[in-house]
Design a protein around this ligand. Sequence first.
Ligand code: S3P
Length: 440
Amino acid sequence: MAWTSYPVPRFQGAIRAPGDKSCSHRALMFAGLADGTSEISGLLEGEDVINTAKAMAALGASVEQIGPGKWTVKGVGKAGLSSPAQDIDFGNSGTGSRLMMGLMAGYPITARLVGDASLSKRPMNRVIKPLEQMGARFEHDGRGMLPITLHGSDALTPIDFEPEQASAQVKSCVLLAGLNARGTTSVTESRPTRDHTEKMLRGFGVKISTRPAGGVRQCVSIEGGQTLQPVDTSIPGDPSSAAFLIAGALISPSGGVVVEGVMSNETRDGFFQAAAMMGAGLGAEEMGDAAGERLVDLQAATASLKGRSIPETLVASMIDEFPVLSVIAAFAEGETVVSGAEELRVKESDRIAATVAMLRVNGVEVEERADGFVVQGCGGPPPGGGLVETHHDHRIAMSALVMGTAAQKPVSIDDPGMIATSYPDFMAHMAELGADIREG
Ligand code: S3P
């Protein structure tokens, strides 16, 4: 059923950022491995993360919700993971499935992994290949896509791996397999990607080192056979979710938004840097820290935006924010060019095609390129009036609804269902800030 976002005169208020999705997945996984009971607060209770919680429980951890966003996890410790009785369903989540494949590969277990229509079309060879090199085995239909049966091993061989893509999921998968390999596993990245696995593992008492490897390249190494210690931790706010609210403030005729408790991490802040380059005056007030990450209250107000070429060096740190970047680019004056972002083709949807279609159906001129897109900004509110196909992609759905708050005419989406995978409170937060989003 379609939902529509109507233009509103103002977009104002303060919202506490929901827990970060990447950190929430990792906290559950690492607590599930630890030798003892961890307590996690501020967990994002989106469908993707809940599927990871269920996966860890199916593999032997005791996972319990004790309050809103508060969970206790009794890890398997030295006993290790055990084979699940049933298929593990990762729903829509690339992060859940790929990181868990690495985690499971280091134990002598068998598990069949399944996912929804979108996840079942996403490439898994990028993690199958290195895990096979280490000694895990996989059964699939030959295309390297879910459903996949994994056979792990407690005698994995460590590898020195250089992923073809700048991908935190691939890096994390290999490092997590390395946690149970016999020796030191290293991943050398051509461009730094989000570093939550490294930082959070350190919080669980794991020794893991990161060193420069020439230019922007870096090498992360982990010694196998380490035991994780339980922790009490709180999850920092999600900059990727905050980006939607910040974008809403920038494009509103009368915007003024504070998003509280947002993680400030240079591997995640590309969207805010790009928005600042386009003329957004963003404020960031330090608000302490959570799980080893700095927290800030982010402020944004209506801005007169200018199109820019987005530096390719920012791509990895804003990989999930290109759909919403395209929205602010549509309101900007002049051309915004995105390049070096071919990874967007294999996200929850083909995000280059879906983003281009979202803008076109709303009257914005945009050129599709193999590795990005070029938006001709409208220098103010774009026409709007379109029905956007979301292709099972939460970030396309949220971007289109943000666009509708300030376009000339309402913007509709075919299905809001997937928003719950990453930001279950999105509709409530948007309404609190003044958005008018309704079914129909
Ligand atoms: C994530 C890594 C990114 C990102 C995803 C979350 C993670 O994917 O798009 O939403 O938590 O490691 P890639 O590593 O495939 O770029």
